[in-house]
Design a protein around this ligand. Structure first.
Ligand code: GLN
Length: 290
């Protein structure tokens, strides 16, 4: 007898129905990611094994993960991974889920590194979270020196795991630090990159529950107007950068005017400008150390 209710297809369809009812976006994609995770395979495998019959234990595991999704936990935390710059990243609740708009920063920084790379080129990532920025740079622009900081030990642990997962051969120095505070050597970096927390405190509760209830507040919140960390990075970074070095910082929706005004008052930088992300939002502040 075929146990129809235990096929991947049946379980997926059933969970799509439940997720749709709960108003969860892209329910089929969510269901497939969770099912592939339960089977310990990727989605391509799933497509040719839709009628595979699961054991009761596997089916119950799938259902328990779907229940977590129904409570709005992001699918990336449930399956423990995410993709960024076409690379795999392990993710847990110590770190923010990498966002596609951050690829705008990484692509710009990569171009800068590849064009200007010379002996002992040093890149710094402030607040590395999962390590998505520094690891993508190390992967696509190897043979440089990489340093990344985060205030959270849990986040540094995730970065370390992702370094191994992505088989980065060059070393990435990880330093537990609140911003620049634990960095001693001055004027040595050719590029300083950061995607700091930049959401205004009051706005966090209005974000979708996936974000406000599950992502670490310390990785989201940038104080009253959201710009505490951004301003701190602009003010501090110049002491750590070589002349001609790049500063690239991700910011939030509609923060660009304030941020450009702030950096233009600082004569240690030149050529400050904004780069738009793929949705046309002014997303990345870049400037050169004068
Ligand atoms: N590099 C991480 C990211 O872009 C850091 C984000 C954060 O913790 N604010 O996702």
């Amino acid at each position: 007898m075929i146990k129809k209710h235990l096929t991947a297809k049946y379980l997926i369809d059933e969970s799509v129905f439940l997720m749709k009812q709960a108003g969860i976006e892209k329910p089929r994609l969510n269901a497939e990611l969770i099912m592939a995770h339960c089977m310990n395979k990727d989605r391509t495998y799933l497509y040719s094994n839709y009628n595979k019959v699961l054991t009761r234990i596997e089916a119950n595991y799938f259902k328990s993960l779907v229940r977590r999704r129904l409570k709005r936990e992001p699918v990336q935390y449930i399956v423990g991974e995410s993709e960024f710059m076409s690379l795999p990243f392990k993710i847990n609740r110590n770190v923010l889920i990498p966002r596609p708009e951050t690829e705008t920063l990484v692509e710009y920084a990569l171009n800068f590194c590849l064009e200007n790379r010379k002996k002992s080129f040093r890149v710094l990532d402030i607040g590395c979270g999962s390590g998505n920025i520094i690891i993508s740079i190390a992967k696509y622009a190897p043979k440089m020196t990489y340093v990344a900081t985060d205030i959270s030990k849990g986040a540094l642990r995730v970065t370390r795991e992702n370094r191994v997962l992505n088989r980065i051969k060059d070393s990435i120095h990880l330093i537990q630090s609140d911003g620049f505070s634990a960095l001693k050597k001055k004027r040595i970096f050719d590029a300083v990159l950061s995607n700091p927390p930049y959401i205004p405190k009051k706005e966090i509760k209005n974000l979708q529950p996936e974000v406000s209830e599950f992502e670490p507040e310390s990785a989201l919140c940038g104080g009253e107007d959201g710009l505490d960390h951004v301003r701190n990075i602009i003010d501090s970074a110049s002491s750590y950068m070589k002349k001609g070095g790049l500063l690239a910082v991700e910011i939030g929706f509609n923060q660009h005017k304030e941020v450009i005004k702030h950096i233009r008052q600082d004569n240690k930088y030149r050529d400050a400008k904004m780069i738009k992300d793929l949705s046309g939002i002014e997303r990345v502040l870049t400037a050169v150390r004068a």
